[in-house]
Design a protein around this ligand. Structure first.
Ligand code: TXE
Length: 505
């Protein structure tokens, strides 16, 4: 990284163990969402750069030192990566905030937690084992190998770049794969700093981890379609995810997708109200609502609806907007200009649909502690689940409150969307909790908590929220494939169709 004469930082990208510019020499600007001003220049990679990166990753996978390393040694490399993230966590958190505008309190906690993914999958690296199978043929020895799938293309969004990279990279490296990572065009700087401070320092052989910065169509699509990429791991919007999956399908790549959500956060009348109110608020307003698991539909049982909404608004209106670099700030800016326009557009749609705007409902200017890309924490009541504001992902600080009668009603409303990522249930009844956990069609159900994640717990979506799972032991299977080995000690190899030779007559 260098200071350009323009005052902007200039980054190169990392391909085959070297720092390089894009082949075309083009660069794109990255901006600070709090000030709205560009602060760095990033290489604008295209198909030629992607090809260089994939070829390097393929060489490293096929026959380099990485391919020949024992699983135990690979585990050690992952633990070294974890140590280096720990050492650089504060700095990496600041770069994340600068690029995506999320709160420093949240990003610091996230970066301090991130090493656990690399420790966990480092520990798993030499527990990947095949098995000997008792086959139904006499005199055969048959066994199963579990092998790394190959070069993995990883496409990352702008909301939590390093965390969402870790969810893919840690299991992929533990499995013995190599990687080409395409970060979001809005937030590439933290990944490039991660490459410099972590991957380079961890002494990974050249080509094991590569980065192609650039736009979705120009850099993402060549990665998804490259014949030497065997697996695509994508996090982003459902529309883009659908395109990525269909392109990857043309060359039969394995695909995992972590997509959008319209998560129901369901409050029953026997909840502990203070806990549920703060769970509902942090469920939607944390990260300015820009998380795939935002609890954007708040389902409240009708007999406590009015009291609950009153308490919710009282607490939500105290939320402190401001500079995301300040530990005091509770709601920061929206990360990208198109996302800002999208959120305001949905607020208008909700008003037009007849929902009651009981809090916020527009931009938050400097007089409210906000600035250029700030949206007021917004609450709509009287929302019908058929409305677009209840069906479509807004990805912003906009909450839709929907009344329900009983468990049946709550389950029906919860499931009546195309998504199925997160969900919350607030109740003191174990019967209700377990019944709802069974009935909600979503990859995660939180009971009396919200937005908790861990490296040990599988994460992913039902329906249009995705395909496959990240985190937990099973996620390693996303980066492996199975080989069957047959060894025969049977006469004539045990083949039923033995050709007769002249000597037999
Ligand atoms: O996402 P995209 P966008 C949702 C959220 C948001 C909407 C759009 O609702 O409002 O998606 O956001 C790369 N081939 N989520 O437009 O397009 C792109 O460069 C290959 C939910 O920012 O999905 C970036 O690296 N790659 C989500 C990544 O895909 C392509 C997080 C994500 O961008 C591509 C973000 C293409 N054709 C948005 N087009 C979550 N699940 O957390 C784009 N990309």
């Amino acid at each position: 990284m260098q200071d350009a004469p323009t005052g902007l930082k200039t980054f190169q990208t990392y391909i085959d163990g070297k720092w390089v510019d894009s082949v075309s020499g083009k660069r794109l600007l990255t901006s600070d969402p709090y000030t709205g001003k560009p602060w760095a220049e990033i290489p604008e990679c295209e198909a030629a750069d992607v090809n260089n990166a994939v070829e390097a990753a393929y060489r490293a996978f096929d026959n380099g030192p990485w391919a020949r390393m024992t699983q135990t040694a690979r585990g050690r490399v992952l633990r070294k990566i974890a140590d280096l993230i720990e050492k650089n966590a504060n700095y990496l958190a600041e770069i994340e905030v600068r690029d995506n505008g999320k709160l420093i309190s949240e990003m610091s906690a996230q970066l301090k937690y991130l090493p656990e993914w690399y420790y966990y999958y480092g520990g798993l690296a030499d527990k990947i084992q095949g098995s000997v199978v008792p086959v139904d043929k006499p005199d055969h020895f048959t066994y199963i190998l579990r092998e790394p799938i190959g070069v993995c293309g990883m496409i990352i969004p702008w909301n939590s770049p390093l965390l969402l990279t870790g969810w893919k990279l840690a299991p992929a490296l533990a499995a013995g794969c190599t990687a080409v990572i395409k970060p979001s065009e809005y937030t590439s700087a933290s990944l490039l700093e991660f490459m410099r401070l972590v991957i380079e320092e961890a002494d990974l052989p050249p080509g094991v981890v590569n980065v192609v910065t650039g736009y979705g169509q120009a850099a993402g699509e060549p990665l998804v379609t490259h014949p030497k990429v065997s697996k695509v791991a994508f996090t982003g919007g459902s529309l883009t995810g659908s395109r990525v999956a269909s392109l990857a399908g043309q060359t039969f790549k394995k695909v995992s997708l972590e997509l959008g959500g319209k998560s129901p956060n369901i409050v029953f009348d026997d909840c502990i109200m203070e806990d549920a109110v703060s769970g509902a608020i942090s469920g939607i307003f944390a990260a300015t609502g820009q998380t795939c698991i935002a609890g954007s539909r708040l389902l409240v049982q009708e007999n406590i609806h009015d009291e609950f909404v009153e308490k919710l608004i009282d607490m939500a209106k105290t939320a402190k907007l401001g500079n995301p670099m300040s530990f005091e700030t509770q709601v920061g800016p929206v990360t990208t200009p198109p996302q800002y326009e999208k959120i305001l557009g949905y607020i208008d749609i909700a008003k037009g649909e007849g929902a009651n705007c009981v809090l916020g409902g527009g931009p938050a200017g400097a007089d409210m502690g906000g600035g250029k890309y700030f949206v007021q924490p917004t609450v709509f009541t009287g929302v019908d689940n058929k409305m677009r504001i209840a069906q479509e992902e807004v990805f912003g600080p906009v909450l839709s409150v929907i009344k329900f009668k009983d468990e049946d009603d709550a389950a029906a409303i919860a499931n009546d969307v195309m998504y199925g990522l997160g969900s919350g249930v607030w109740t003191q009844s174990i019967k209700r909790a377990t019944t709802m956990a069974q009935r909600i069609r979503a990859g995660t159900v939180w009971v009396n908590t919200y937005r908790a994640v861990s490296f040990t717990m599988p994460f992913g979506g039902y329906k249009s929220s995705g395909l496959g799972r990240e985190n937990g032991q099973d996620a390693i299977n996303e980066y492996l494939q199975t080989k069957s080995v047959w060894i025969s000690n049977a006469p004539g190899g045990g083949n039923p169709f033995v050709m007769k030779t002249a000597a037999d007559d």
